[in-house]
Design a binder for this molecule. Sequence first.
Ligand SMILES: [Mg+2]
Length: 104
Amino acid sequence: MTHKDKKESILPRPCNGPLYADWDVIDYVMKIKEEVKEVVEAFRLYNLNRDNDSYLHLGRELVDTITACISTLEKLGFKADDRERMYQEVNDSNAKRDGGKRFR
Ligand SMILES: [Mg+2]
């Protein structure tokens, strides 16, 4: 395998810039709530329209939610290495649960 063969992952970046300097953890948690509401609305529209625009919009809102969660984890002090370790722990845990039927 060469460096050209290795596909680099693109991970969500936590929103931690100056715009959020005065945000506390509760502000980040409320942002998750806001984004989840947007997911629910995007799903309602997708379910109604079943078109490509609403499909892409639903995907975007889901990624917004992931980003809000990553941002909250970082605000709580979980750095990138901590988060990767936690992803692995959750993946490992899910792999064992329900007779291993959570993953294909
Ligand atoms: Mg959104």
